[in-house]
Design a protein around this ligand. Structure first.
Ligand code: AMP
Length: 216
């Protein structure tokens, strides 16, 4: 297996599905958003630099992302990329890079979700301030058992700084203008599989598994 790429609008379940794939197939899950949030939590020089950009919903520079990513993937063959690439430049640079390392892209999944659903989910998303577990109060199955408390570690749940209505509109526009054109690129390369993101998360996962296991 080479790398698996997941493309989706905000809150369509990129992170959840990546985690499921990672657990089932025992391959690392690399989320560029998580790597950046980690830099911010640790208060590194890079974290200070990118915090404002992330809060505004804009994309961090390609140079920063590629640097952060290279360090993570250079010794890995198979992994799931969640949140990368976000634009054509990143996709081209990534292809150049893996070619250099004699690696391949295995499959690209597009989780398709209408804008209104994406927005509804963004505005009801919460995550644990300590362990990072993500909840969504829009669905019974993803609500925390106790309001605003993490089921696993009992810490307080908080909203992401970039999960506000205003920031959503900005992020969504960037997704349409910069990220969605990747679908054409990967479709031409015959790597793209589209999954209906309005399905429940286990049905989405089953679809992904059947593609990965060659039934589709
Ligand atoms: P995510 O967790 O994937 O929703 O990403 C959260 C934020 O991190 C984005 O809104 C961007 O500011 C930044 N980010 C994550 N991945 C990338 C990327 N590949 N390129 C540029 N910025 C990114």
């Amino acid at each position: 297996m080479g790398s698996i790429i997941i493309i989706a609008p905000p809150a369509a379940g990129k992170g959840t599905q990546s985690k499921y794939i990672s657990d089932k197939y025992k391959i690392p899950h690399i989320s560029t958003g998580d790597l950046l949030r980690d830099e911010i939590h640790r208060g590194t020089e890079l974290g200070i630099k990118i915090s404002k950009i992330m809060k505004s919903g804009s994309l961090v520079s390609d140079e920063i992302i590629l640097n952060v990513l290279i360090n993570k993937i250079k010794n890995l063959d198979s992994y799931i990329l969640d949140g990368f690439p976000r634009n054509i430049y990143q996709a081209r640079e990534y292809e150049r890079l893996i070619h250099e390392f004699h690696k391949t892209i295995d499959k690209v999944f597009y989780i398709d979700l209408p804008k209104e659903k994406s927005k509804e989910r963004i505005l009801s998303r919460l995550s644990c301030s300590k362990c990072g577990k993500v909840y969504n109060t829009a669905f019974e199955e993803t609500k925390p058992k106790k309001a605003n408390i993490c089921d696993d570690c009992e810490s307080k749940l908080t909203e992401r700084d970039d999960d506000t209505e205003e920031v959503f509109e900005h992020r969504y526009q960037i997704y349409i203008n910069e990220t969605k054109p990747l679908l054409d690129l990967y479709n031409k390369e015959k790597l793209l599989y589209t999954i209906n993101g309005s399905l429940d998360k286990m049905s989405i996962f089953r679809e992904i598994c059947s593609v990965l296991e060659g039934d589709k």
